[in-house]
Design a protein around this ligand. Structure first.
Ligand SMILES: *[C@@H]1O[C@H](CO)[C@@H](O)[C@H](O)[C@H]1NC(C)=O
Ligand SMILES: *[C@@H]1O[C@H](CO)[C@@H](O)[C@H](O)[C@H]1NC(C)=O
Ligand SMILES: *[C@@H]1O[C@H](CO)[C@@H](O)[C@H](O)[C@H]1NC(C)=O
Ligand SMILES: *[C@@H]1O[C@H](CO)[C@@H](O)[C@H](O)[C@H]1NC(C)=O
Ligand SMILES: *[C@@H]1O[C@H](CO)[C@@H](O)[C@H](O)[C@H]1NC(C)=O
Length: 821
């Protein structure tokens, strides 16, 4: 053998050894035969390590071996482990809302891995209305999570996503959500959860309790929430620890609970977290109806329920504490209600021992919780080794080129073009007299023009910096000659000394890009917005730039979570772009859109209201329907009238033009079995006015085809949002319309594409009655593609609609029975 080959062989042996050691040095596996033998066990005799047994049986065996003290030590987020059984300590709290984050103590960055890919905050990714993207982002993030776990930097249980329906525009956490529509939020949640959790080959298995998990997701914060701290009205001021959300059952079913239900039923999520606040008088984490009966009983959660961190302290220490609870009361109520894991924070585990010795909680009840927890850890491979093909993931899979590109792509797909008088996209090449052409020259102005950490939003990186930042300024420099004059460097713009220079920078340029907006000092966890306007000195900056000689072309780019009222500026600027908090690659995405490398197709996942909207509506009122007596406008596109809105939910423009035709069956007949009753509603014209969805087979489907034609000059993606509206003669305040489907498609200039929606008649045309029953009414329902909105700053929008008549028959009309519920 030649020396070179021997060297080669030695080298590959060394490589193999390194690889082996790396795998060996990777995550600890509980059922490691050698480690157990060293502890004096015959691993074959430990049932909890017997792979031939179901996880439930194994978990039960394990719990049966623990002392009460040992059990209690496992029920907090920092589970202590059981050394004598080779069970390591485990930190349950990792976070991955829009990238692996070190906000929770379960994840750390160090010299091996300094940062993880920072995707846009959820609201912007949701604005893409692209289910494939949401799942792809979840998959990329779980790759990074597994990689970090392999090198010992993170756990496997991620307390993400947030699937709250955001119904108040001031809420500081809107950026974390997928917006105001329950259908949209639930589709986001399901796809993201599946992206995080699914192991290829095990997407659907008969026994869901044995389904392996890539990482475990958690849908939070169950359930109505929507406020951090509200002080505007001194008589009603409150915060999330004290807030008692009054929410009728109807709204729970129709809106707030819906995404959680879908997370469990369609996402098969491994965990639910209950929120701090109360709902209808009862703390969510102590409500057996919300937790045990609904999440476990009705929906069938396969996994664990965790309370929000420091929940016990939060509920016990508040002045008007719930039923004068002691910590032992609170902890026992939570576990009795269905909580399996206590994110303890400052709360001490001996309260749980108190609860048990005082007979408030039984050991059997905590055994039950432990089994739920251990089954999830078993599904994650924590006992037997990683499922799937994840052990090869390591350092190089975090901040990988592909993931950075996906982060930029998510921002590009989400960014919403709100206004454009055809000034955008900016040409890449301006003609010159000598015919050689030239690059554009642009002024780049505003506090976010060179944004870095501000692009990340919240639940990002606590320590260190992102993999890298591509700021708007960096990326625009790739397309144009830039005059950079920020005017001011932070969102408050208190230092106005740079305004004049900013105004001057616009002279003689082809365009001015003004980067305005908010940051975490205006909207965050624990901090709601005071109003819907831009910080006032940013308006002053706008004024300074917008004066003679006027900039030849003025474009505003807004970085924010919630909407801002720009209605005063609609007639002055040429274009407005909303870029959310676009993540660390966000600058690239913005520049790609400004210069037309990518056509914008994002759509607002929340309504953007006029500034005075919030004066009329206390944050403490969760009511969705308008209340004329109190002067409350309705919440969200379903209930707010158009004149309160500047840009509606679902709105977003393109650089090209699309038009629609819609086709749908004229009518659908539903034949009821003899035994099923018709239900009375205020709709006397129909023979059988409505049926109860819960009692119906609900097999009828309708196919709606929206043919989308790209009649503009450019290729582009387009989002079709489909709404349904109930017949207009049904009593009560029903949603004006609601989303029943959406699809994002790509269509070349001059081409058209039929976009099909197959809708279940019961699910898409039902309404929730005042007494919280889901009913399908007979009569003429409308189905519309696109927004029919007029007003605010919306100048063009294509929409088409048609009617579908739903007819319900029961045998012969003589046999029909109509019940009042
Ligand atoms: C929890 O739900 C199960 C069935 O879903 C029921 O048997 C049990 O009594 C419930 N426990 C509590 C405390 O509500
Ligand atoms: C700009 O356009 C001119 C004229 O069409 C062309 O000669 C030149 O190569 C173009 N420049 C660039 C950078 O594309
Ligand atoms: C833009 O921000 C980066 C990162 O903070 C900084 O290094 C760079 O100097 C800034 N650019 C300008 C032109 O100020
Ligand atoms: C859509 O555009 C095509 C081509 O311009 C036109 O013929 C058609 O009438 C338009 N349809 C609608 C519904 O506007
Ligand atoms: C949806 O997202 C996926 C993943 O990024 C992408 O490949 C696809 O092109 C997107 N669809 C449209 C129509 O933009």
């Amino acid at each position: 053998m030649a020396a070179a080959s021997i060297l080669q062989l030695l080298f590959s042996l060394h490589f193999l050894f390194v690889l082996f050691a790396y795998v060996k040095g990777g995550p600890i596996v509980v059922c490691d035969t050698r480690a157990l033998a060293e502890l004096g066990y015959d691993p074959i005799k430990l049932h909890f390590c017997d792979k031939s047994l179901p996880y439930q049986v194994r978990a039960k065996d394990l719990v049966g071996r623990l002392t009460l003290d040992e059990k209690i030590a496992q029920l907090g987020d920092k589970a202590e482990g059981v050394k004598r059984l080779h069970i390591p300590a485990y930190n349950w709290r990792s976070e991955a809302l829009h990238g692996v984050s070190d906000v929770g103590f379960g994840t750390h960055f160090d010299d091996t891995i300094r940062a993880a890919t920072s995707f846009p905050t959820v609201l912007l990714t949701a604005a893409s209305f692209n289910e494939t993207l949401w799942k792809a982002v979840g998959e990329a993030i779980s790759d990074e999570a597994r990689a970090m776990h392999n090198v010992g930097l993170s756990g496997l249980t991620f307390w993400s996503p947030n699937v709250n329906v955001a119904t108040d525009p001031r809420w500081g956490r809107i950026q974390e959500t997928a917006g105001e529509d329950p259908f949209l939020v639930s589709r986001y949640g399901v796809n993201y959860v599946r992206g995080l959790q699914d192991v290829k080959g095990y997407i659907n298995v008969p026994d869901k309790n044995s389904r392996p998990l890539k990482v475990a997701a958690c849908c939070k914060y169950y359930t109505p929430y929507d406020m951090e701290k509200w002080t505007a009205d001194p008589t009603k001021k409150t915060d999330r620890y004290h807030f008692d959300a009054q929410v009728p059952d109807r709204d729970m079913l129709e809106t707030y609970n819906y995404p959680f239900e879908m997370c469990v039923k369609e996402g098969d999520v491994a965990s639910i977290m209950c929120s701090y606040n109360r709902v209808n008088g009862i703390p969510t984490c102590a409500d057996p109806k919300l937790l045990n009966s609904t999440v476990r009983g009705l929906w069938g959660l396969n996994g664990y329920i965790v309370d929000d961190c420091d929940w016990v302290v939060a509920t016990v220490l508040i002045p008007e504490r719930y039923r004068n609870d002691t910590p032992a009361d609170a902890i026992s109520q939570a576990f009795r209600a269905g909580v399996d894991l206590d994110c303890r924070g400052n709360y001490s585990p001996h309260y749980m021992m108190d609860a048990i010795t005082q007979g408030k909680l039984s050991e059997a009840e905590i055994d039950h919780a432990l089994i739920n927890l251990y089954v999830v850890l078993m599904r994650l491979g924590w006992f037997d080794g990683s499922p799937g093909d994840y052990l090869h993931l390591g350092q190089n899979d975090v901040c990988s080129k592909e993931n950075l590109e996906l982060a930029a792509e998510a921002a590009r797909q989400g960014i919403v073009l709100l206004l454009n008088d055809n000034s955008l996209p900016l040409p890449l090449n301006y003609s010159t007299p000598d015919g050689s052409g030239r690059k554009p020259t642009v002024a780049v102005v505003g506090p976010h023009a060179n944004a870095t950490t501000a692009m990340l939003g919240n639940y990002a990186l606590k320590t260190g910096t992102a993999c890298r930042y591509v700021t708007p300024l960096d990326a625009i420099q790739g397309y144009a000659n830039v005059k950079y004059a920020p005017g001011c460097l932070d969102v408050n713009c208190e230092d106005t000394s740079g305004f004049q220079e900013a105004a001057k920078a616009t002279d003689g340029t082809d365009a001015t890009f003004l980067f305005l907006g908010l940051d975490l000092s205006y909207e965050d966890e624990d901090s709601d917005r005071q109003n819907l306007y831009l910080p006032k000195n940013q308006i002053a900056l706008l004024d300074a730039v917008f004066k003679e000689p006027y900039p030849s072309l003025l474009v505003i780019v807004v970085l924010s979570g919630g909407g801002v009222d720009l209605s005063d500026w609609g007639s002055k600027v040429h274009a407005i772009l909303w870029a959310g908090y676009p993540g660390a690659e966000g600058g690239q995405a913005i520049a790609d859109i400004l210069f037309g490398k990518h056509d914008p197709a994002g759509r607002l996942p929340i309504s953007w209201y006029k500034g005075d909207y919030t004066n009329k509506l206390p944050m403490t009122s969760m009511q969705l329907r308008p209340n004329p007596a109190l002067g409350y406008p309705g919440r969200t596109y379903k209930f707010c009238t158009d004149d309160g809105i500047v840009f509606p939910f679902g709105f977003g423009m393109s650089y090209t033009t699309f038009n629609y035709t819609i086709s749908a069956p004229k009518s659908v007949s539903i034949e009821l079995p003899e035994t099923q009753k018709c239900i009375h509603i205020a709709n006397p014209t129909e023979d059988c006015p409505s049926i109860l969805v819960a009692n119906s087979k609900c097999t009828e489907m309708v196919k709606i085809v929206v043919t989308v034609m790209n009649i503009g000059q450019r290729n582009g993606a387009h989002v079709v949002v489909l709404f349904s509206s109930p017949p207009d003669n049904i009593g009560g305040t029903l949603p004006r319309k609601r989303v029943v489907g959406f699809q994002r498609v790509f269509i070349k200039s001059g081409e058209s594409l039929p976009v099909e929606f197959n809708l279940n008649v019961c699910k898409s045309f039902s309404f929730i009655s005042e007494d919280a029953n889901e009913l399908l009414p007979a009569g003429d329902h409308s189905i519309a593609a696109g927004n029919d909105f007029t007003g605010g700053l919306v100048f063009t929008e294509s929409a088409v609609s048609t009617k579908i008549s739903i007819m319900i028959h029961q045998g012969t009309s003589q046999t029909r029975r109509i019940d009042h519920l």
